[in-house]
Design a protein around this ligand. Structure first.
Ligand code: GLY
Length: 417
């Protein structure tokens, strides 16, 4: 099958890798230096209509859309108008991620458990509410901010600064939420709008520093599977995934693609931290290497409205992803730093997230630069292999967290690399 993957980060590299592994001809736009070793890379024409024209012109049999921005801009709608099957939600359904105020209201309408919240379209009211709400307080930009629109404010000053930052943009909206405690877990549902298959649960590490402190990032590393206990999985299906899919159908916007449920396992049961409308990044780099069936086939089946969940299979074992970020990230990442990559062994992969080429050399080109992945029969072995591979990457000043998995006791101590 000829598959067009849209995007150019680590998530899209993992999608390209999964499709190439299944023997498909893979095209990718705009791709990146790592992706171009596995796919024919095409320059991005930019807007959704031109991207959909490109897909039609290239004879793509299915388009897999990676990033949220293209979904929110209506790329899936544009592909459908041209008769090209596309895996991802329509613009209306992608609102589940693109408009966090709407998304919270949707959860309330459908009885989906989530943190208590208030939404604000005006800075003064938001500041007044933040001044009296117990701390910590979660401050979210209601719009898309590439995973960086969330602040866990532990002081009034941090809450004020986050709100001022949000409202420095035009037409801004903020969501203020209670802080939930517990283990965080990501569950991804591949869906045709009604039927769905879950990937193994995973755990991302969102702050830049070890010990879960410092500013939020897009994600600094993942362990998979996250060991869910008791009836958590059954509750996640029955109380979160199924009402969300049914609610989107009932409201006239069936959700096709990957429903990302970012959850907190609270003492009162699983609650939604956020819904996203696509594969997580770097969760995709952990989950897709464990996929034992054909991603492109599932994408086409889902896009055509007849996904067979029984055909979605994952092999046993575990995976770990160590993200290597550029110095300065998540502020101003240093670009143009030379990178030297080792050759990964079997069950290992170095996904390119923010790399570029300069004068024939591979250099850093973004904040999160590489997602170093390893699979193994058990989680601690996967972590050990991923860290050992990350240590062999030549990347001066790279930042990475050495405590992945420590939250669930995968290491007795933070990993001593
Ligand atoms: N890793 C978090 C996200 O993809 O939104």
């Amino acid at each position: 099958m000829r598959v067009l993957v849209v995007g150019g980060g680590g998530r899209e590299h993992a999608i390209v890798d999964a499709c190439a592994r299944a023997g498909h001809e893979v095209l990718c736009t705009p791709g990146n230096p790592g992706i171009k070793r596995q796919a024919r890379v095409l320059a991005s024409p930019g807007d959704p209509a031109s991207l959909a024209d490109l897909a039609a012109r290239e004879g793509a049999e299915v388009v897999i859309v990676g990033p949220e921005a293209e979904l929110a801009a209506g790329l899936v709608d544009a592909c459908r108008e041209r008769g090209v099957p596309a895996f991802g939600p329509t613009r209306a359904a992608a609102r589940l991620e693109g408009d966090k105020a709407w998304s919270k209201a949707f959860m309330l309408r459908h009885g989906i458990p989530t943190a208590a919240h208030r939404s604000f379209g005006e800075v003064g009211e938001a500041l007044a509410y933040a001044a009296r709400h117990p701390l910590p307080l979660v401050v979210k930009d209601a719009g898309l901010r590439a995973g960086k629109g969330v602040t866990i404010a532990r002081t009034r000053g941090e809450a004020r600064a986050a709100l001022r930052d949000i409202f420095s943009q035009e037409d801004a909206q903020a969501v203020l939420e209670e802080f939930m405690t517990g283990q965080e877990v990501t569950v991804l549902a591949l869906t045709d709008g009604e039927r769905y298959a879950l990937t193994p649960p995973s755990q991302d590490h969102k702050t830049i520093f070890e010990g879960d402190v410092g500013p939020m990032t897009g994600g600094m590393g993942v362990i998979c599977p996250f060991p869910l206990a008791g009836d958590d999985l059954a509750r996640i299906r029955a109380e979160i995934v199924e009402p969300a899919l049914a609610g989107m159908c009932a409201e006239g916007h069936p959700f096709t693609g990957v429903l990302y449920a970012g959850l907190m396992l609270t003492p009162g049961g699983p609650k939604v931290v956020e819904f996203n409308a696509r594969f997580g990044d770097p969760e995709a780099e952990a989950v897709l290497p464990l996929l034992d069936s054909d991603l492109a086939r599932h994408a086409l089946d889902a896009a055509r409205g007849h996904l067979d969940p029984g055909t979605v299979r994952f092999r046993g074992g575990a995976s770990a992803v160590v993200v290597l970020a550029a110095p300065g990230y998540p502020g101003e990442p240093k670009r143009g730093l030379p990178l030297g990559l080792p050759e990964p062994g079997p069950g290992e992969m170095i996904y390119h997230a923010g790399t570029a080429e300069q004068g024939g050399r591979l250099v850093s080109g973004g904040g999160r630069v590489l997602a170093v992945t390893a699979t193994a029969p058990a989680l601690n072995a996967a972590l050990g292999r991923a860290y050992a591979l990350a240590e062999r990457v030549d990347f001066p000043g790279a930042q990475f967290r050495r405590d992945l998995g420590a939250r669930i006791g995968a290491w007795p101590e933070p990993h001593p690399v």
